[in-house]
Design a protein around this ligand. Structure first.
Ligand SMILES: [Mg+2]
Length: 265
């Protein structure tokens, strides 16, 4: 039996772990089903900044996994909850898409135009334009406004190649103003990981953090002091593993070709 199967909780990344874009990774999906059958606590933690949990459920259905919203911890949801905890229900201007707006509203915030807003929330937007950037820039220049980003991803690996991540907006705001977000909420930051532990009601030594990116997922596990498992079914592959470990400067505790390796050890 793989030693990680002694853990009670499995904190799983989504893209590159159980699917790639819309396509599932069938042996990994089967492994998730087995973990659930074994009575393990399984949650999915993703830096996705364009979708709400409700929208993301559809992707899980396409993967053939029947999970509910409480098992899904997305950067959109975490950002909304973090702002509520820190500042109460707020007036927010966001660069983000409808999925992010949906989570902000669900948390009790008001999504408003920039001149009324107290908080700027930067999330990815596939329809980003000059007007949205102008508004975000003006908020950024005002030191009295809080500035949060859903996630730090610079580039996102899509099905047909790399596409800009939230870093496209964070980066250009930084280039224009010299200002970085007051807090980034997604992995590898503590905000999303602390909320995840709280949600599952387990401590770091009882969980394993699983992902395909060393600088995002393995680092996120390290931040809370949990054991980490790197799978080579996404961004990190057998071919680039050595280089990725060198670049990130940290090593995962365990490495498997994909999640099903938990059961063929
Ligand atoms: Mg991933």
């Amino acid at each position: 039996m793989h030693p990680l199967l002694r853990k009670e909780g499995f904190i799983l990344d989504v893209d590159g772990v159980i699917g790639r874009g819309r396509k599932p990774i069938p042996p990994a999906v089967d492994a998730v089903k087995k973990l659930i059958e074994m009575g393990k606590i399984v949650v999915f933690v993703s830096n996705n900044s364009t979708r709400s949990r409700r929208i993301y459920l559809q992707r899980f259905k396409e993967y053939g996994l029947d999970v509910d919203e409480s098992q899904m911890i997305l950067a959109t949801y975490v950002t909304a909850e973090y702002i509520k905890e820190k500042h109460g229900k707020s007036k927010i201007f966001t660069t983000g898409e409808d999925g992010l707006k949906e989570e902000l509203v669900l948390a009790g915030h008001k999504v408003v135009d920039y001149d009324e807003a107290e908080v700027l929330v930067v999330g990815s937007n596939r329809g980003i334009n000059f007007e949205i950037m102008t508004k975000a820039l003006r908020m950024c220049l005002d030191k009295a406004k809080y500035y949060y980003a859903t996630n730090p991803d610079k580039i996102f690996p899509s099905e047909d190649g790399p596409i800009p991540g939230t870093g496209m907006i964070v980066g250009s705001l930084y280039w224009m103003t010299g200002r970085l977000p007051d807090r980034v909420c997604g992995k590898p930051e503590r905000v999303i990981m602390d909320l995840t532990l709280k949600k599952v009601g387990l401590s770091a030594e009882d969980v394993v953090v699983v992902g395909d990116q060393i600088d995002i997922d393995v680092k996120a596990g390290r931040v809370i002091g949990a054991k980490t498992l790197l799978v080579l079914s996404g961004v990190t592959t057998e071919q680039n593993l050595e280089e990725m470990v060198r670049k990130a400067g940290i090593k995962p505790d365990y490495i498997l070709r994909d999640l099903s390796g938990l059961f063929n050890a």
